[in-house]
Design a binder for this molecule. Structure first.
Ligand code: SF4
Length: 341
């Protein structure tokens, strides 16, 4: 079985070496260190995770107990402040990454900025706290949450963060396992809807990325519910930008078809980078990874908070000139910290 996910694909384009550390390195001391470091995330990513977590708990409480949770902004604020407060302790225990990663609540991830002694600054930190609060306030007060309740819980698909141990996936050509970490799915009489909560800022690039990502989730929905692609609707809900309304759009069939082609092509290209090794006794072929096929793609903004910098000489050189390290405010560092789940 071959593996593909939207986040894998994006990370490869962003920095092949980070992709190698996250997904390919196996069976070595360095692999162990990469696995430990891969737990690090950024404050921006942690803020998005906090929003997703509070929303999924809110949905579950309504579905399972009929309980309408309120004051979500306060719940989110407590969570993100706890992440910020607990991160230095978890990071302390991670300093020696030859050892196993310390146990921590997966909703309280350690921050790369603490690990690499990056001063995020009080203003930026508070901005992230405010973003979490704003997003959750928008969700709680907004029309979409009211709509989802109105459709009835029997129409809802599984809640990924609450119900599923493993990421949802579909299989392409019987040999490519495509992960689809969607946020919310809904099956109505003649349509299937995928909703994705967005805590980041709305930009042209973010819109394009969201469209690509939702197309993959739409493909999952068509496969999962066994419905034609034309019946799938998707919506990215930008929670930090005012009060979004319910406005799911049909999946673009051309984009869906291009996405399928792209997945197949990227998986085929990945195969060409692997070195087949035949065991002379069993005649079984296994594959080895050549790190030189995954070169580093350093830039200061990319490398500063990259979880793998401790392992990456190119990233260390890139950041050596930064005298007072401060986190980039623009790096889409979600790429570097997001696993395929
Ligand atoms: S430190 Fe920089 S070059 Fe190295 S893996 Fe990370 S992003 Fe890539």
């Amino acid at each position: 079985m071959k593996y593909w996910s939207y986040s894998r694909s994006r990370l490869f384009k962003y920095c092949p070496r980070a992709y190698y550390y996250r997904y390919l390195l196996r069976n070595s001391d360095e692999a162990h260190r990469a696995r430990v470091l891969g737990n690090l995330t950024t404050l921006q990513m942690a803020a998005g995770g906090a929003v997703d977590f509070v929303i999924s708990r809110t949905l579950a409480a309504w579905r399972d107990k009929g309980e309408l949770k309120t004051d979500l902004d306060e719940v989110g604020e407590r969570l993100i402040r706890r992440i910020i407060a607990e991160s230095p302790h978890t990071v302390d225990a991670m300093r020696n990454c030859d050892q196993d990663a310390p146990k921590y609540d997966r909703h309280l991830p350690p921050l790369a900025s603490d690990f690499y002694n990056i001063d995020l600054g009080a203003e930026f930190t508070e901005r992230m706290v405010t973003r979490v609060m704003q997003c959750l306030h928008t969700f709680e007060q907004g029309e979409i949450w009211e709509r989802l309740r109105g459709f009835g819980c029997s129409t809802w698909g599984p809640l990924v963060q609450v119900d599923l141990e493993r990421m949802p996936f579909f299989t392409l050509n019987r040999c490519i396992r495509v992960s689809a970490a969607y946020d919310f799915a809904l099956k109505l009489d003649s349509t299937v809807h995928i909703v994705d909560w967005k805590a980041g800022l709305h930009s042209e690039r973010a819109l394009r990325d969201a469209s690509d990502q939702l197309t993959v989730y739409g493909l999952w929905a068509a496969a999962e519910y066994r419905v034609p692609i034309e019946t799938v609707r998707t919506q990215a809900v930008w929670l930090s930008e005012g009060a979004p309304i319910w406005n799911p759009q049909p999946l673009n069939p051309d984009l869906a078809s291009e996405t399928v082609d792209r997945i197949q092509q990227e998986v085929a290209e990945e195969q060409t980078r692997l070195i087949p090794v035949r065991n002379p006794d069993s005649n079984v072929v296994s594959y080895e990874v050549d790190p030189s096929a995954y070169p580093p793609n350093p830039s200061t903004s990319r490398c500063l908070e990259c979880p793998f910098r401790k392992l990456c000489p190119a990233g260390q050189v890139e950041c050596a000139h930064v005298s007072t390290p401060r986190a980039s405010r623009t790096t889409p560092d979600k790429l570097l910290t997001q696993s395929s789940r």
